[in-house]
Design a protein. Structure first.
Length: 107
């Protein structure tokens, strides 16, 4: 998959390439916001859909993929989710699967 197709496939997440590492980020708060609202309505307190909430979901996603778990690190903020790695292939595999999980399972 070329970079333009890849970037289109992961939107609204966005890809950042640095000299030795790669990042995938999301401006938190809008993508799948209804899911976080539903969880809050169901009594799950403190869920806002912020970068830290997305990190928690990503950690859960990676728990089922131990080969990737050791390759991906996180640096979230309140307004942004960010995952990074020096292993481009692992980060690409992570974000494609992570986004797909939300598109398929959490409509």
């Amino acid at each position: 998959m070329d970079i333009k197709d890849f970037e289109a496939a992961i939107k609204p997440f966005f890809w950042v390439k640095y000299e030795d590492t790669f990042s995938v980020c999301l401006d938190a708060g809008e993508y799948k916001a209804a899911i976080f609202d539903t969880w809050e309505e169901e009594g799950i307190e403190g869920v806002e859909g912020n970068g830290y909430d997305w990190e928690s979901l990503a950690i859960g996603f990676l728990a089922e993929r131990p080969a990737l778990a050791g390759e991906i690190s996180f640096d979230p903020e309140a307004g942004m989710f960010c995952a990074y790695s020096s292993n481009e292939a692992a980060l690409r595999e992570f974000i494609l699967g992570f986004k797909d999980a939300f598109e398929i399972k959490l409509r």
